[in-house]
Design a binder for this molecule. Structure first.
Ligand code: LLP
Length: 403
């Protein structure tokens, strides 16, 4: 998606420099072409099976992004009534919406049942009974699957691993089995599937293989108990390359999952990061260059309120100048203006000499960037801009915090 032309960074046919001058910094810049390519390549990898791709809205909830995906027939994985309403407003088919989360509130359950979503990914037995009760009061039947916690170490950052037995998510196989037996007896519940999501930014193919193997044996056990499932929701988690990780290709991912699962089901996938992560950058400007006896700081106008991943997970993001710089490299600490020592995008990062006023691009910032941004230090959230071929447009204005 990114290339230098005449020493200036471009997304497709749009100069990042020109947009920065016009929009002001910091702002997120997304490439529509790359977004669609990511969707297509993942969907294509599963073309031999019945499937629904349910984009994980939490990765990036910009309405334009969602509309683009919905137009291609993409569904949505949601975790709140806000995401539900957004997905519906953006044209996502309600029968392609799955609802996860350990703490679904009554009004959220009610709204989702009224909207006729495909299924609730139920995370506890009390939640099952709550859904049944609410469905009964509405005179409706709610589709459910149980979220299984398969106790698999997805070998990712501890904050984003979700399938270990000490994590708050889902039910172990045996508890879920009890759940299925209970659900079978409930009049306002229809069992439609099974769900799991073992973590995010997964680069270990074996974790997906193990998950699908475990699921496969379990489906047989359920079938023996006369519990038939239509959907197997394998969650999200496919990792992307931030630095030099060896990542799993969509084809390998499909193979890891499908070689173990029976074929007579519809597969659901909930990718977030894979779809939008590499399709977005955060553009920021160097406000000051500060040299101390210990460090060379580049103080930029984006902060951890705009992109929290480096601060929160120690996540690595490549950072490159928008006007290509050559020559000797220096080690820079690239930091934001926020009053926290952890407001650091990169430590001792080698980069050629730059100047105050130069623009930098923080790469692979499309997923969990804007969606995790905040107003900390009373800072407005950044603008969001979409590139489409030779054109670009602001798809969310910079926040105005006047009061
Ligand atoms: N499905 C469920 C139930 C999830 O909880 C998530 C992400 C996904 C799907 C999408 O996962 P993905 O394909 O994007 O890996 N803020 C963290 C990531 C948190 C992921 C939360 N759940 C980060 O910035 O790395």
């Amino acid at each position: 998606m990114l290339k230098y032309k005449n020493n200036l960074l471009f997304i497709d046919d749009v100069s990042v420099f020109d947009t920065a001058v016009k929009v002001g910094t910091p702002f997120y810049l997304y490439g529509k072409k790359k977004l669609l390519e990511n969707y297509k390549v993942l969907d294509g990898a599963f073309c031999k099976v019945n499937r629904i791709i349910c984009y994980a809205v939490k990765a990036n909830e910009n309405p334009q992004i969602l509309k683009i995906l919905a137009e291609k027939g993409c569904g949505a994985d949601i975790v709140s009534v806000g995401e539900l309403k957004l997905a519906l407003a953006c044209g996502v088919n309600s029968q392609k919406i799955v609802f996860a989360g350990v703490g679904k509130k009554d009004d959220e359950i009610k709204e989702a049942i009224k909207s006729d979503i495909l299924m609730f990914n139920v995370e506890s037995i009390p939640e099952l009974f709550r859904i049944d009760k609410i469905a009964k009061s509405l005179g409706k039947i709610a589709g459910i699957s149980f979220r299984i916690n398969p106790d698999i170490d997805a070998k990712t950052h501890p904050h984003i691993t979700t399938g270990l037995s000490h994590n708050k998510f889902g039910l172990c196989f045996d508890e879920a089995f009890e759940g299925y037996l209970l659900a079978k007896e409930l009049k306002n519940i229809k069992i439609v599937g099974l769900h799991l999501h073992i973590g995010s930014q997964i680069t270990d193919k074996g974790s997906f293989e193990l998950a699908s193997k475990k699921v496969s044996g379990y489906i047989k056990k359920l079938s023996d108990a006369k519990i038939k499932l239509r959907y197997i929701d394998m969650g999200g988690g496919l990792g992307i390359r931030y630095k030099d990780e060896k990542i799993i290709t969509p084809a390998e991912y499909a193979q890891a999952i499908m070689s173990n699962l029976p074929e007579n089901h519809t597969i659901i996938l909930e990718p977030g990061r894979f779809i939008i992560g590499a399709a977005g950058i955060l553009v920021t400007k160097i406000i000051y260059i500060k040299k101390t006896s210990k460090k060379n700081f580049l103080i930029v106008d984006a902060g951890m309120n705009d992109l929290v991943r480096p601060e929160m997970y120690g996540a690595y993001h490549d950072i490159i100048p928008i006007a290509l710089r050559k020559g000797e490299k220096y080690n820079w600490d690239i930091v934001g203006p926020i009053c926290e020592s952890s407001d650091i995008f990169a430590k001792d990062r080698p980069m050629p000499k730059v100047s105050e006023g130069d623009y930098l691009a923080i790469l692979c910032a499309g997923a969990y960037g804007y969606s995790m941004s905040s107003n900390y230090n009373m800072r407005p959230r950044p603008a969001e801009v979409l590139v489409e071929g030779k054109k670009w447009k602001v798809i969310r204005k910079r926040e105005n915090l006047s009061f």
